[in-house]
Design a protein. Structure first.
Length: 988
């Protein structure tokens, strides 16, 4: 194959390797070589390397220019790419016959010499720019302005040299001579034949240092990510033993949800903004974000994943919080991740030159003290700046463009300004039901015990729904003895479950031989609980999650308290001088903080109500006094930015739970009844006020529309707090004041746990509502949790919620008995023919059911036949949607026959169902008999002329039908034109 053909055939692949990493360095190196061997002249170069244009259009222009120059030029381009690209990127590409990219005749002017030697000069001058500029400045060839333009910090050193060479060329022969003289003086004269070899050996030497660094980084990352913090360094489980895949989703450009594997997190799937380098993994508290990153790190360290990533730098925002020095990027990488034993400069240069080979991860962006802002730009990798500026500019891509970054955060902490810089947002939705089983089995090596735990979860579906959140799955599994041993209170809430973990840890350390705790176990350990609680609360208020030994001491925490296991040593990649501690998990820190708020007799009277205030961001006097060091003086004035709302919201949820009547006995001796009651009143009042705020925000309905409320972010949180209290009267009082016809909770991260809480509260609504839960993660377990409120839903919208036949079976069994229940929308779930019999039963038994939408599921002709069975008995259904299933002709025939006698059907959609002319003819019979049908949607099927003619005949006898949609069927444009003339109600 000729070089011409090779370029044409592999154009896309060559384009991808030259600009894949986002760095212009490979392209610039290729251009240097082509200029040197005169494939390109200066004008070509200027037309190709236009900085304002995206890199890929520069590369395309290069291909076009060289292509037009003929076969020799093409083969030299391929040879240049072959020389420049690293081996791993060349796999699968063909560069044609071996061909050296050599200079032509020796040039006779200094300007041309600079061009001919450009590739070598770029390398030589890289470490010598200051000297060269000085020489040009002192001889008057350059002005200060020229020097500044060359040394803009946004350029890498190689790019600075190229700008210097371009500027010298622009200045003319004297400048070129001056530069060559300078190079001669510094012994970096014209390249001799050995220069390439010298350079090569230098290159391999540098490469060796980078490889050594990679090895060191890999082993330190492997050591850090080997075990999970929640297992408290017990060594009982490694990450390999226990890691269970969570549910990962991403939304593509068209709004479709795609499921991802771990390997796709960094991959192209779901990319929305090609220019951005930051992938955000967002998920609720405890959904497994840190664990997922840890898994990525470990697999990289073992070379089992991310094999194109040469260096991976893991950062924890929690730990970055305590870095108060100003650092350069280099210091950040080496001090916080791994220190190169040799040649720091070379290693750093390698990173700067190959951004596409590096990956930075930032865990827990929501834990970072300062909220993201893009107000201050910084692009110099060597300048020292405060950590927030460094971090935010990395995320934006102002600094280290081309380096892929993966950050994790709770969803609430990601504002629109950060979203703007995201390549994509991956949602981590916790464990699937299968994932829970798998996790429990991994945790319990004894299969009988695993089975018992799984059975007990299945018997308590509220607990099962909690287990979708991995941190609670961990607690429930860990505390299986307490769970199976029988409790006074059957665990229903996150507070109940967290009390189990408290009990579990105290029991472990109990002095009694059997380790049995008495009824007053909380009272016995009150002192420790309060000390831990105070530390936890102060930490949360100051966004501080890592504590020094001194802080522990100041709070009176002893070695013995620490040995209980709630606090663990903090794993730290950076060089630190003293031991640091953190809570086993942040959820536990929130729980201890809540215990402190509830049990501390001396706390100020407003402590409870402050937790429920929307803008609870002020530091309390206490935390300012005690954790002052956590607060960098430079950020103090912007402290109002500190957002710890998600953790304080979880704390408020725990406070509600602890003040529930259910735990009255446990708290009895720890907290005087009068104090407890005052606090209960404060919670109830705060919840009621919070809800009122939401209700007041409901807009007046536009005429003809239903009065509807779109849930604001904290609505679900308030509902969860009410649920934690487990007090029907509070739920009832709250809902008595809500007067809407439609409640919209789309894209609100509603999973099974939220469904439990919603259902608990909404069941007290006074009038039926339409409950819109589209685009959440309800799943089968969540669907089951909704049953208690189904009687108050006239419509249920569950589009895109991962619901399968089993979930639907339970929902419909209940729905059949609910008089108000009239509409259901289940577009894009996992429904098959196994559920259609339940719909048939519903249609038969409910003669007031109005709307059934089952689009984009997996229903075939068999399912349609079953549905038809129910439809033939129904005299109420108005809307039937089966868009995007596979019912075919047989299914269409069955439905048409069943609906022939319907006196209510208005709208029918069988779009994209493989329906042919036979199906269309059957539907024609339905048209000819129906007096109510107005719209029939048959787009994207395989109906041919014969079928349409049947429809036309039928329409002659029908006056109710307004439109029949037939776009995308088996008809030629001429046929479409002719047929639409025959019947104007047909749309092609
Ligand atoms: N994929 C997983 N496999 C096994 N266990 C997991 C997994 N994900 C999470 N866990 C368990 O749940 C605990 C909490 O998970 P993790 O800390 O990763 O959640 P998170 O989303 O980062 O929480 P937060 O937002 O509160 O920081 C882990 O310590 C571990 O015990």
């Amino acid at each position: 194959m000729t070089a011409h053909q090779l370029i044409l055939k592999q154009r896309a692949e060559l384009l991808a390797v030259l600009c894949g990493g986002g760095s212009a360095e490979p392209l610039d190196c290729v251009l240097d070589l082509l200029l040197a061997c005169e494939v390109l002249v200066w004008e070509d170069y200027l037309s190709i390397r236009v900085v304002e244009k995206p890199l890929c259009s520069n590369v395309r222009q290069l291909f076009d220019v060289v292509y037009d120059k003929g076969e020799d030029a093409c083969s030299l381009l391929l040879a240049a790419m072959n020389q420049v690209l690293p081996e791993e990127q060349k796999a699968g590409l063909c560069f044609g016959k071996e061909c050296a990219v050599l200079g032509k005749n020796r040039p006779d002017t200094a300007t041309l010499t600079l061009l001919a030697d450009r590739p070598v000069l770029v390398r030589k001058l890289r470490d010598n720019i200051d000297g060269a500029l000085n020489a040009l400045l002192t001889t008057g060839c350059f002005t200060i302005k020229d020097c500044d333009a060359v040394q803009l910090p946004v350029y890498t050193p190689s790019q600075q040299v190229r700008r210097l060479l371009d500027q010298v060329r622009f200045k003319g022969e004297t400048a070129a001579k001056t530069l060559l003289q300078y190079l001669e003086q510094t012994e970096t004269t014209r390249p001799n034949p050995e220069d390439k070899e010298n350079h090569l050996s230098l290159h391999t030497q540098k490469h060796k240092y980078c490889l050594l660094y990679q090895k060191k980084l890999r082993s330190s990352v492997a050591a850090q990510s080997h075990s999970l913090s929640t297992y408290g360094g017990t060594g009982r489980f490694s990450l390999d033993d226990i890691y269970t895949d969570g549910l990962l989703e991403v939304m593509d450009g068209s709004g479709e949800t795609l499921t991802l594997g771990l390997e796709d997190v960094v991959g192209p799937l779901g990319t929305l903004n090609e220019d951005a380098d930051t992938v955000l993994v967002s998920g609720e508290a405890g959904s497994g974000k840190s664990t997922l990153l840890q898994r990525l790190h470990l697999l990289w360290a073992r070379e089992a994943l991310l094999t194109n990533t040469f260096l991976l730098f893991p950062f924890s925002c929690r730990k970055l919080n305590s870095e108060h020095r100003e650092l350069s990027l280099k210091e950040l990488l080496f001090l916080h991740c791994c220190w190169p034993d040799r040649s720091q400069d070379e290693v750093f240069q390698f990173i700067l030159d190959h951004p596409n080979l590096a990956l930075f991860t930032f865990d827990g962006l929501d834990e970072f003290k300062q909220g993201f802002t893009d107000e201050e730009r910084h692009c110099c990798p060597t300048k020292q700046v405060p950590i927030p500026i460094l971090l935010f500019n990395l995320l934006q891509g102002t600094l280290m463009k081309g380096v892929m970054k993966v950050a994790t955060s709770r969803p609430q902490a990601v504002g629109p300004s950060l979203k703007h810089y995201l390549r994509k947002e991956v949602l981590l939705k916790g464990f699937s039901p299968g994932g829970i089983d798998c996790y429990v089995k991994k945790h319990h090596s004894d299969p009988a015990m695993a089975r018992r735990v799984i059975e007990s979860l299945q018997a308590n579906t509220v607990l099962l729904s909690l287990c979708h959140i991995p941190v609670f799955c961990w607690i429930v599994t860990k505390c299986h003895q307490e769970l199976l041993g029988g409790q006074d209170v059957i665990p229903q809430t996150i507070t109940d479950v967290s009390l189990l973990v408290l009990q579990h840890f105290f029991q472990r350390k109990s002095p009694q031989p059997q380790g049995v705790l008495g009824k007053a176990w909380l009272e016995e350990h009150l002192d420790t609980v309060l000390k831990l609680g105070q530390l936890a609360l102060e930490g949360l208020e100051a966004s501080c999650y890592v504590f020094s030994g001194y802080e522990l001491q100041r709070n009176g925490l002893t070695e013995q308290d620490v040995s209980l296991g709630f606090l663990i040593y903090c794993n730290d990649l950076s060089v630190t001088d003293c031991k640091r501690y953190e809570f086993l998990h942040i959820t536990l820190q929130c729980f201890f903080a809540a215990l402190y708020v509830v049990l501390n007799r001396n706390s100020d009277r407003s402590a409870v109500s402050r937790l429920f205030q929307p803008q609870y961001r002020q530091l309390s006097g206490l935390s300012q006094r005690c954790l002052g060091h956590c607060i960098d003086s430079s950020v103090e004035e912007v402290e109002s930015h500190v957002t710890e709302t998600p953790n304080l919201q979880i704390t408020a949820q725990f406070v509600s739970g602890l003040l529930s009547q259910r735990h009255h006995n446990l708290l009895l001796e720890c907290c005087p009844t009068a104090v407890r009651e005052r606090k209960v009143k404060q919670v109830v009042k705060s919840l009621s006020k919070g809800m009122q705020r939401h209700f007041k925000s409901i807009p007046r309905p536009v005429e003809g529309e239903k009065k509807s409320m779109h849930a604001m972010p904290s609505f679900v949180w308030l509902i969860k707090c009410i649920y934690e209290m487990q007090d029907n009267s509070i739920a009832q009082d709250t809902m008595a004041k809500l007067d809407v016809e439609h409640l919209k909770l789309t894209y609100c991260n509603i999973g099974p746990v939220e469904c439990t809480a919603l259902s608990y509260v909404l069941k007290y609504l006074r009038n039926p509502v339409g409950l819109q839960l589209d685009n959440n993660s309800v799943g089968d377990v969540g669907a089951e949790q909704l049953l208690p409120c189904l009687h108050i839903c006239h419509s249920l919208y569950l589009r895109n919620n991962n619901i399968s036949d089993e979930g639907i079976r339970k929902l419909l069994e209940k729905g059949m008995k609910c008089e108000s229940f009239q509409k259901i929308a289940l577009f894009n779930n996992n429904l098959t023919d196994a559920c259609t019999q339940h719909f048939a039963l519903l249609l038969k038994s409910k003669q007031n059911f109005l709307s059934l939408r089952l689009g984009n599921n997996n229903i075939t002709s068999q399912g349609a036949e079953q549905l038809a069975e129910g439809l033939s008995y129904n005299q109420s259904l108005q809307f039937l949607g089966l868009w995007g299933n596979k019912i075919g002709d047989r299914g269409a025939e069955a439905l048409a026959a069943a609906l022939k006698n319907s006196t209510t059907l208005i709208w029918l959609s069988l779009v994209d169902n493989g329906v042919g002319s036979a199906g269309a003819c059957a539907l024609a019979k339905l048209i000819s008999q129906s007096k109510t049908l107005e719209q029939l949607w048959l787009n994207k099927n395989c109906i041919s002329r014969e079928g349409v003619e049947c429809l036309i005949e039928a329409l002659k006898m029908n006056s109710s039908v307004k439109e029949v949609w037939l776009r995308g069927n088996n008809l030629s444009p001429e046929e479409e034109e002719e047929l639409s003339k025959q019947e104007s109600r047909l749309t092609f």
